[in-house]
Ligand binder design. Structure first.
Ligand code: HEM
Length: 144
């Protein structure tokens, strides 16, 4: 398994491959929700905690939205479309100053969570490949 982080030039939008549906099949919806929850809990204690909700209720909502999205992108029920509408994720991230360094921290928290999952490595790899590339689309600020 190779959970290394690729560097992309600012403003580049490299082609994205969506994760294999088997990732959701093996991990299950509850497993995705736990993975996302664990990720947010790490973010809340990271160098980019200022970007994320501090209040428990708001954090729970954020966890739900993100889980809804990941279940949907992995071929599951379209919870995100139902609850939030079209993903338009670049636009939804625009209010937050996301630097290349913030992306590294965000991905680093996912590296930690993904390495604890008890499912075949190739499924984790498929999900990681998606995160590694698509996260670069959210980088919208090229300065400290
Ligand atoms: C594969 C990459 C990513 C995906 C799929 C993703 C997905 C999402 C989703 C679905 C939401 C909720 C949007 C809404 O319903 O309004 C969200 C919110 C957010 N994301 Fe991301 N995101 C990614 C990368 C990043 C990165 C790299 C950062 C910065 C470190 C980031 C920071 C945020 C923030 C600050 C919010 C708003 C607060 C919250 O709801 O958590 N995201 N993201």
């Amino acid at each position: 398994m190779d959970l290394s982080i690729s560097q992309f030039e600012f403003g580049q939008r490299p082609g994205v491959t969506i994760p294999t549906p088997e990732f959701l099949e093996k991990l299950t919806e509850a497993g995705i929700r736990k993975m996302v929850s664990d990720h947010y809990d790490l973010l809340s204690r990271s160098e980019v905690k200022h970007l994320f909700p501090r209040i428990d209720e708001a954090l729970d909502k954020a966890k739900q939205r993100s889980s809804d999205f990941f279940i949907q992108i992995c071929g599951g029920h379209p919870y995100f479309n139902e609850n939030r509408g079209k993903p338009v994720l670049v636009r939804r991230h625009a209010p937050f100053a996301i630097t290349p360094e913030a992306r590294m921290v965000w991905l680093n928290c996912y590296q930690q969570v993904l390495s604890t999952l008890d499912i075949p490595e190739e499924l984790i790899q498929s999900f990681w490949n998606y995160l590694n590339v698509f996260s670069s689309w959210m980088v919208n600020t090229n300065e400290e």
